[in-house]
Design a protein around this ligand. Structure first.
Ligand code: MRU
Length: 380
């Protein structure tokens, strides 16, 4: 790699993800009013559409309908949801109702609960609230959570690249595989699993990414879209092709994100992650998980205790897309009365994970590894 340290230090300072060369974030406060604009991810990759959220209900709907998705971005949107609620009424009952509504939107990504707890703790610490004061404080705290997410993802990028660099130096190139979308669309900027890939690419490494489609919601298409925006070479594959590619030695490392990491380092992530980890282990390919502190649930002892979201079966039965003239629509591929199961996440056992990459560095996927990175969590 060409002077990677220097390049990376520069990356730490100036990089921001771009659409058509314009630096863009997934969620942006609107100047002058209490509102945020989001990229509507249900329209991607076929259309780039922005939606304005002005109320608690808008925020809850955006999370539930997956206009915003990905664990870190769900947390940030929930924080803004609280701030939008308090912009209407600045009282305790409104705060509690907002937290209850947002907490019920999606069960698996713990970043949602982390962000809500942080908002509550911050607002509770305010002495004798007066008109407008809590609303302002909520807005500022939501913005702080968003900024921290950006910084954490940037750091994950650097630490993840540190893990990948020796392979890149030895092989002269990097063949990576990812699953779902853990890129900048799943965070505020940079991403988790994709941040090290962007860092490697920006450092001049010859990198190629195998992107699995991620049925049934096809978040892999979001990954392909954002890699294309950044110019990173990639190839989309059917989920079922991953085992073949891994077993044939076509992949140097697999890197994925996480929705919740238990205290013993078991990892819940998008359905299909488990099978990739299993195949990677059999093929002797390193399997990395990248996530910020807000994804680690030290109160959750192991993967069995992580709630797994079961989503509507129509996500399998009906496939959205555009027709050959570009018109948006959907097709039914399974009869309405066919029984289907649609678990949205699975749990990969810690013993199959080569390392966990966080904003503080990488650690072995063990309880001790996590505690060494976050010693203060002993008192959580
Ligand atoms: O259902 P989704 O699209 O919200 O699931 C997203 C994932 O599983 C991601 O891999 C995870 O949230 C990490 S995002 C940085």
């Amino acid at each position: 790699c060409p002077t990677p340290r220097k390049t990376l230090l520069r990356w730490l300072k100036i990089r921001a993800m771009k659409i058509n060369d314009i630096p863009t974030r997934t969620i942006t406060p609107v100047a002058g009013i209490r509102a945020v604009d989001i990229i509507d991810q249900t329209a991607l990759p076929h259309a780039l559409r922005t939606v304005r959220l002005t109320t608690l209900d808008d925020a809850a709907h955006a999370i539930r309908s997956m206009q915003v998705r990905g664990a870190p971005l769900i947390g940030v949107t929930a924080a803004y949801g609280v701030a939008l609620a308090l912009a209407q009424h600045d009282d305790e009952a409104t705060l509690l109702a907002a937290v209850r509504t947002l907490a019920a939107t999606r069960p698996t990504a713990v970043n949602l609960h982390w962000a809500l707890a942080r908002m509550q703790a911050h607002l509770a610490a305010l002495a004798a609230p007066s008109a407008g004061r809590r609303a302002d404080a909520a807005w500022q705290e939501a913005a702080a959570i968003a900024e921290e997410d950006v910084e954490q993802c940037r750091r994950i990028g650097c630490h993840g690249f540190d893990l990948l660099r020796p392979v890149a130096e030895k092989r002269g190139r990097l063949e990576l595989m990812t699953h779902c979308n853990a890129g900048w669309l799943a965070t505020v900027d940079f991403g988790t699993a994709l941040a090290p890939i962007y860092a490697a690419f920006d450092a001049g490494v010859d990198v190629h990414v195998w992107v699995s489609e991620t049925r049934p919601r096809n978040q892999g298409l979001l990954t392909a879209w954002e890699l294309k925006q950044h110019g990173v070479p990639h190839t989309l594959i059917a989920d079922n092709a991953a085992g073949q590619l891994l077993s044939q030695g076509n992949v140097d490392a697999v890197i994925v994100g996480a929705d919740r990491i238990a205290a013993n380092a078991d990892v819940a992530n998008k359905i299909g992650t488990y099978l990739k980890a299993l195949a990677a282990r059999e093929a002797g390919v390193p399997f990395y998980v990248a996530a910020p502190r807000s994804t680690i649930d030290f109160r959750c002892p192991d993967g069995n205790s992580i709630p797994i979201e079961e989503r509507n079966g129509d996500e399998l039965r009906v496939v959205p897309g555009v027709d050959t003239s570009g018109l948006a629509g959907s097709i039914r591929q399974i009869p309405a009365d066919e029984a289907v199961a649609n678990p949205a996440f699975d749990v990969t056992p810690a013993k199959w994970i080569s390392a966990i990459v966080t904003e503080r560095g990488s650690c072995p996927a063990t309880a001790a590894g996590l505690h060494n990175l976050y010693p203060e969590a002993r008192h959580a």
